[in-house]
Write a protein that binds this ligand. Structure first.
Ligand code: ATP
Length: 329
């Protein structure tokens, strides 16, 4: 039986995340398998406005499952926030009779999808959580997070080698905006001495006390993970403030920056991207709209995009928080 939905477009928007290509591949192939015409939109919502909407076949997604970034490119598009921008996007989709749209991105992308679909409800929209920040309600993990944290850990391990050889204190800044998920989990996985999170204020005094304790028990190096959203400032600021009060170690700062976004996706992100892409097309086939597909307890489940936007789920587990103190003595 042919599904009701005839033409589906897929786009990636906001920050790129490893696993997006695996997800695009799954979306395109699941659609084609079900007899649906598939389209790719380049540069997120900007491509909808620029009419950059291209037909995609099973072979257009060959050999991309292992690639980082997104073959569709991504962009931040202010024009899509306006009524006029949305209207142009709608007309471009309608000119190809597109009746389903799958958006892969973070909360900004979902806000756009929700607003667009409320205004033009004859185009059904499904969201896929794709962001390294892991900050979306309704999915235990977002696409790209696992690869990003593995990249972070690999970098910290390398820094630890040199820190240990020179008796140094390193402040390593990681991404995450308002979410300390990358910082907290990478601190646990790399055995960092301390972590500064946006969700929980740690004063310089507290940090110095913790570092001094390590020094007094003969730690030869210390690593402090600083989440970019921490209220006391970035890694350079914090390093300066700590150095003024505690100069037991030679102090260095590393900002990991955009390397955290790149790289070949981990097996986890390839599988997650494939599952979410497959599920998103099936939700459109069932006739659903304004839903986000996510992973919860190893099952793919849906949540209303509205609910995903209204709840913040930064998932800072209590045991992990406690372990940052207990395991770093
Ligand atoms: P990441 O978490 O990786 O940054 P994101 O999806 O949150 O991803 P944003 O830049 O916040 O990234 O949003 C992506 C795009 O979504 C914006 O560039 C814009 O085109 C669209 N968007 C965001 N907010 C709105 C809005 N209120 N109305 C319409 N479109 C929006």
């Amino acid at each position: 039986m042919k599904p009701n939905i005839k033409n589906i477009a897929v786009l990636t928007s906001g920050g790129d995340a490893p696993g997006m290509n695996a997800c695009i591949r799954a979306v395109v192939r699941t659609g084609i398998y079900n007899g649906i015409n598939m389209f790719g939109v380049t540069q997120g919502y900007q491509g909808l406005i620029n009419d950059s909407i291209i037909p995609m076949g099973a072979r257009s997604v060959s050999n991309i499952i292992h690639l980082g970034g997104t073959i569709l490119k991504t962009a931040r598009c202010l024009e899509f926030k306006t009524e006029e921008g949305m209207e142009i996007a709608y007309k471009n989709l309608k000119s190809r009779d597109i009746d389903g749209l799958i958006v892969i991105g973070g909360d900004g992308t979902f806000t756009g999808a929700r607003n667009f679909s409320k205004k033009y409800n004859d185009i059904k929209v499904i969201g896929i959580p794709g962001t390294i920040d892991n900050d979306l309600y309704g999915s235990d993990f977002t696409l790209g997070y696992d690869t990003a944290i593995n990249t972070v850990i690999e970098a910290i391990d390398k820094i630890r080698d040199t820190a240990d050889s020179h008796d140094r204190l390193f402040f390593i800044e990681v991404m995450g905006r308002d979410s300390g998920c990358i910082a907290l989990r990478s601190a646990i996985a790399s055995g960092a001495e301390a972590v500064l999170l946006p969700e929980r204020f740690t004063s310089i005094d507290e940090l110095v006390t913790q570092l001094a304790l390590g020094a007094s028990t003969k730690k030869s190096s210390s690593i402090v993970i600083v989440s970019e959203g921490h209220k006391a400032g970035g890694a350079y600021d914090i390093a300066k403030q700590v150095k003024e009060r505690f100069n037991h170690y030679d102090t260095k700062v590393t900002i990991l920056g955009h390397l955290q976004r790149g790289g070949s996706p981990s097996s986890f992100d390839r599988i997650l991207g494939s599952r979410l892409g497959f599920a998103a097309v099936n939700e459109l086939i069932k006739g659903n709209t304004r839903e986000m597909v996510g992973l919860r307890g190893n099952e793919i489940k849906t949540v209303k995009i509205e609910d995903a936007l209204n709840n913040h789920n930064f998932k800072l587990e209590g045991d992990l928080l406690e372990m940052t103190k207990v395991l770093s003595i």
